[in-house]
Ligand binder design. Structure first.
Ligand code: GLY
Length: 337
């Protein structure tokens, strides 16, 4: 399947095909010189497979984890581009998850005022969400994604065969973003998810998510309005991450719990049973007011309340302002046993 995404400056294709990682030349000019960026958690064979298809390429392996989305690693990549005399007609290729994609995309967006960026996402989370829509960034001075650019890739190549090496927990972690999009935007996809095994239907889940995301980013590329729907579950997730200091939970797992606070009781019940099927957490050990405190200080808070994405019925959403009393009720209703 090929989906074309229109942006304010360009169009790009998303390729969703098994085995596509072996056929990069069908989708992009592999005569260009390529800096291939991957991380230490991604099987090296994927970067090698991609590299072998370019006539001239170098591979940079960065340490796995969010900590790599920093100025120092960004600087290392820029140095590699300079030292290897990359020109404006060369490219940066990401082979990895969201961290690799965000960092490589930002590097491509700034080197010589912008060179080609190709994204080959290798996790469910990046295949269904972060590789689409042109967001690139690094973390800086304690703030997540504070330095970055909207910089569309030239092509996104998604090969679900690479997921076979992804640990089960990370597959489930990525599925949360698909469940989130279906819950807020696509009743049919959500019902499909309730009635079918997502592992056996991973291509359909990816395709359904990509169609939703394409619609959203074409309507609102720079997140002025509609694109904020993708924050469903994230407001409470960030508060949980702050309240627990991240603890043992992955980001998608926090989003899973986070969606439950801003859903109607019937949506919460359906979400809970779907999330449980994939061993995703649905409970939060509510201790004192820590999560409420974190929510009150969320960057989306506005005076005496917080703007949230609220799902009242599967397949639709509203942007809602909750004052602090309503926020307390929502959080306690979802988590206090
Ligand atoms: N992952 C959220 C967005 O692309 O806007």
């Amino acid at each position: 399947m090929v989906l074309n995404v229109k942006t304010q400056t360009d169009n790009y294709n998303i390729i969703l095909q098994r085995g596509a990682i072996n056929r990069v030349a069908e989708f992009y000019d592999t005569a260009k010189k390529a800096l291939i960026v991957t991380d230490s958690g991604v099987p090296f064979e994927y970067a090698k497979t991609v590299s072998a298809q370019f006539s001239n390429s170098i591979i940079k392996v960065i340490p796995q984890g969010e900590k790599s989305k920093c100025f120092d690693v960004y600087k290392d990549l820029l140095e590699a581009l300079c030292e290897n005399e990359f020109s404006r007609s060369d490219c940066v290729v990401a082979v990895g998850g969201g961290v690799v994609g965000d960092l490589s995309g930002f590097c491509a967006s700034t080197y010589m005022r912008g060179i080609d960026f190709v994204n080959i996402p290798t996790t469910v989370l990046s295949q269904v969400d972060s590789s689409i829509g042109g967001k690139t960034a690094i973390d800086f001075s304690g703030y997540k994604n504070i330095v970055g650019a909207f910089y569309p890739p030239k092509v996104v190549i998604i090969d679900s065969d690479v997921l076979k090496t992804l640990p089960q927990r990370h597959i489930n972690n990525g599925l949360v973003e698909s469940i989130k999009m279906a819950a807020a935007c696509d009743k049919d996809l959500f019902e499909f998810m309730e009635n079918n095994d997502l592992y056996e239907n991973v291509d359909k889940v990816i395709e359904g998510s990509l169609r939703i995301k394409k619609y959203i980013v074409e309507e609102d590329e720079k997140e002025q309005g509609l694109r904020k729907v993708l924050n469903f579950g994230h407001t409470a997730a960030h508060a949980i991450e702050t309240a627990t200091g991240l603890g043992d939970l992955l980001h998608g797992e926090c989003v899973a719990i986070g969606m439950l606070a801003f859903s109607s009781p019937s949506v919460r019940a359906r979400l809970t049973s779907l999330l449980k099927k994939y061993n995703l957490p649905t409970e939060f050990d509510f201790v004192g007011d820590t999560i409420l405190e974190a929510l009150r200080h969320d960057k989306k808070s506005a005076g005496d309340g917080v703007n949230v994405v609220y799902v009242n019925e599967i397949g639709s959403f509203e942007f809602k302002f909750l004052d602090f009393n309503q926020l307390d009720d929502a959080v306690k209703g979802a988590y206090l046993k």
